[in-house]
Structure formats: C-alpha cells, structure tokens
Design a protein around this ligand. Structure first.
Ligand SMILES: *Cc1c(COP(=O)(O)O)cnc(C)c1O
Length: 487
C-alpha cells in the first residue's frame, strides 16, 4: 500500500512554476493600475460586439489551459465592457465608484482565505472592528451589535427579521407566524425601497403587512397619515410592530423626519428601523450631518458601505441596538459548531448574527479604506457630492428646456427635458431617448424613474471622481441631444 502511494503523483491546484505565476500577477496588477488611472479617458460604457457575447457561451473546458492565455483573452472581453460605475460620469441607480485600495483588499482577503463565519483569527477581529467603527460613525452605543452582509437588501432583512421576532409577542422561531394571535403590521412611506417588500414576503408576513404611508410633497413620510394608519390597524385588531424610516429615498433622496418617527415609535411602542442605505453615512459629513439627526435612535439600521464608502461590491451592514435581541434572532449552535476553550474555535461565532454560515472577509476592504483615508475624508467626499448635486440643480434651473422634478435634498437630482405641449407619453419617450443616447455614446450614464406619475431623468452622484466640469458637460449634452430630438 505505502509503495503504491509513492508511485502516484498527487494533484494540486498550485502551479508548477511559481515564478511564472508571480510574473503574471505583477503584470495583471500593472494593467489594473492603468485601467483605473485612465478611467476618465474612456467611454463610461459601450455595447459589446457579438463575438464577445458569444465567447461567454462556450461549455466548461475539460482540460487545463495556461492562466496567461486565459488572461490575454479576458483582457479583451471583460474590462472593456464593464458597467462603468468606476467612471467619473456614472450616476445611474445608486452605487459606489470603487477604488484601487478596495481591489487590493479583495485580493488580500482572498490570500488570507479565512471564513468569517467563526474563528480565532485576525480577520474576525477586523470584522468586529469594522462593525464597531460603523456603530461609532452612526452614533450607536458600544453595546449595540452588527453584522456585515452582502448589501443593503440583506441588511434590511436582518433588521426587519429582528424586529418581527422582537415584536411578535410569541416565540416566532419555534411556532412560526401562523401562531400569531394578531397580524403584524409594518409601516413605510410609499417611497420605500422594494427590498422591504421582499423582506416581508420572505418573513411570511406578506406584502399587505407592509403598509405604504403617503408621503408629503417633499417625498418624506406623512407623519399624521402614519399615526392614523397605526390607530386604524389597532382598531382592526392587527399588531402594529415596526416603522421603517428611509434616510435617503432611492427615487429622490428624501430623508424622513427621523426625530419625529423616533418619538412616535417610543410613544406607540413600535420598533424603529431605518433604511440608511443611501443616507446613513451623511452622519459623517461635516456640512450635512444634521440631515440625519435621530438616526442614532434607531432600534435597527441598514447601511451600505458599497455605496458612499466606495468599497467594491458586496458590502452592507446591519446594526441592532440590542445585541441580545439580535443574537436571539439568528444564533444556533449545532454539535459541529460549538465554541472551544482554546484553538481556532475559541472565538464568538460571527454567523450568530445573520443567516450565512460561511462568510466572506468583506470587512477588509472597508477596514483598509477607512484606515487609508480616515473617516473625515469620506465625510468631505459626501459633502462634495451633495454640493455637486445642488450645483447641478442650479444649472438645470438656469435653462428653459430642463425642469427639476423633485427637491434636491442630498445627491439625487430628478429632472426632465420638456417641450411645450408635450404629453406625458411624449416626454417619457423623449427623455428615455436622451438617456439611452447618452449611455450608448459613452458620455454619461444615468437612469430614470417616475415620481408622482411624472417620468424623469435621475442623477445620483455617489462618485468620488466626479468634477463640476462633468456636470457642465452633462447639462450641455442633455440639451444638445434634447434640442436635436425635439426639433
Ligand atoms: C441600494 C438601496 C437598498 C438595497 O441595497 P443593496 O446594497 O443594493 O442590496 C435598499 N434601500 C435603499 C434606500 C437603497 O438605496
């Protein structure tokens, strides 16, 4: 037996030639630096040719191939057709613009290779430290808990699950929601992000349990309508449980009146959740932090480092004021996952705070970014984006053809090209064409939305590379294309 063992050459994924791998890795890093350094000189986005598209339909190869050959191919097919969100003129949806430090951190995290579900490791301490830093940045108490997750949607699910279990009045984990004597009701404005609907669907409460409260003309939640709905639901025999306030709505960037909602939740004994995926980090911005006063009172808070901290996807964070309630919602310790007095398992299980058993070392990119730049610089960059959005709003206000469609609170600007006597359908078509031509020309990327039944173009400046001159160019080009189409 032992002879036979020595006859066979055992296989491994490691290379035979480490030097060649090292050279290739250096080469990839050089290309990567150039790619990010020169981003401004390239189009924001371009449609990929058919042969590139087809190249991704081949079946999985059965045999190996040198990594250098694959990289040569990938150089032609991957980076030229990326989304463009690292470009200074990308303002679509709402996402960060990345950084080279973030890319290095992803690389180092993979080199370390730790699984962040548990473990007596430096990686786990970095994960804990990042959560603690985010708690401090949000004004949460030291006793609060938190967990890094894939993004804001998952962070909201963590918060709302904790809210449901804390407010149900029964042991939901054991008995399930069918045992509830009264139906739970959650409340949010009609501007609430769609992930909350997915959350209540997933939590077994159903979409009807998420009451949409009308918003004021500034798109913040109508507090008196909220109060009325709560009392109506109580009268109808339901169990009002949680108010979801939004700090920075996805359509227009509106920030709900957090102090009033905090007070209302206290009076009514409701859970106060804040979706701060867009605006929570405004708390660190020296000129605008007062906009999110009251966020520190939340029972649970979702925020999104892959937005205004510009770390690469994915990185979201849920913070929960009461650590026990948080742990009681998720923790399980089967026999194969027990703490030990010493060794690798001699540490708190980080998966006790969410649904993932295995967890990525996503903390490192947040940690490295904050270490390198400091919290104050990120705060100033947030102020810069907000100032740029107000600048853009003024540029728009100075034209005859462009109309602002919603108040600009933070960094989201909604507007449209109007022409006299255009119907709503004609204006939608015209503005959509402007948006698509801008994307296809590679000049700028922005998206659209509909507010109060009016279609509009939407610029979300969550971008540390954007300059004022980019916004000048944006307005010039929208006018150029719009005038051409309208003539
Ligand atoms: C982006 C966003 C989300 C979802 O976050 P992801 O990171 O995309 O999962 C939720 N709520 C609001 C207000 C958002 O802007």
């Amino acid at each position: 037996m032992s002879n036979q063992k020595m006859d066979t050459l055992e296989e491994t994924l490691d290379p035979l030639d480490w030097k060649a791998l090292q050279d290739l890795a250096h080469h990839i890093v050089d290309d990567a630096v150039a790619h990010i350094k020169d981003v401004r000189t390239r189009p924001v986005w371009q449609e990929m040719p058919a042969d590139v598209r087809v190249s991704f339909t081949q079946p999985a190869p059965l045999q190996p191939k040198p990594l250098s050959d694959i990289y040569a191919e990938l150089k032609e097919t991957l980076l030229p057709y990326s989304m463009g969100n690292i470009h200074p003129r990308f303002w679509m949806w709402f996402m960060g613009s990345g950084s080279f430090t973030g890319a290095l951190a992803e690389f180092l995290a993979s080199v370390d290779g730790s699984n962040l579900g548990a473990g007596n490791t430096s990686a786990a301490l970095i994960d804990r430290q990042v959560v603690n830093w985010l708690k401090q940045m949000m004004g949460f108490p030291e006793s609060a808990s938190g967990t890094l997750v894939s993004g804001g949607s998952m962070a909201n699910i963590i918060g709302l699950t904790t809210a449901r279990n804390a407010m149900a009045g029964i042991d939901v984990r054991a008995e399930g929601i069918t045992a509830l004597p009264k139906q739970l009701r959650f409340y949010a404005s009609d501007q609430v992000h769609s992930c909350h609907q997915q959350a209540v669907e997933l939590l077994g409460m159903g979409n009807n349990a998420l009451r949409r409260v009308p918003s004021y003309p500034d798109f913040t939640i109508n507090i008196s309508a909220l109060k009325k709905m709560i009392s109506e639901d109580r009268s109808a025999g339901h169990l009002p449980a949680c108010v979801i306030a939004t700090a920075g709505t996805v359509n227009t960037g509106a920030i709900d009146d957090l102090p009033s909602i905090a007070a209302l939740c206290k009076d009514e004994q409701l859970w106060f959740h804040v979706d701060g995926c867009i605006g929570a980090l405004v708390a660190i911005a020296p000129k605008n932090h007062q906009l999110v006063n009251g966020i520190e009172k939340a029972d649970s808070l979702a925020l999104d480092p892959h937005k205004w901290l510009h770390v690469p996807f994915e990185a979201g964070c849920a913070l929960i004021r009461d650590a026990n309630t948080h742990r009681n919602t998720f923790a399980l310790h089967p026999e194969y996952l027990e703490n030990k007095p010493r060794g690798i398992a001699a540490a708190e299980y980080l998966h006790d705070y969410n649904l993932q058993t295995s967890r990525a070392f996503r903390a490192l990119k947040v940690w490295l970014a904050i270490k390198e730049q400091g919290v104050e610089k990120f705060g100033r960059l947030i102020d810069q984006n907000i100032a740029q959005a107000h600048y853009l709003s003024r540029l728009i206000g100075n034209t005859d053809q462009l109309h602002l469609m919603a108040p600009t609170t933070i960094n989201i600007v909604c507007f449209r090209y109007v022409r006299p006597a255009g119907t709503e359908a004609e204006l939608r078509e015209l503005n959509m064409e402007i948006m698509l031509q801008m994307q296809e020309s590679g000049i700028a990327a922005f998206s659209d939305t509909t507010v109060e039944g009016h279609h509009c173009l939407r610029i979300a400046i969550c971008n540390h590379r954007t300059r004022y001159e980019d916004l000048d160019l944006l307005v010039d080009e929208v006018l150029r294309i719009g005038d051409q189409l309208a003539s």
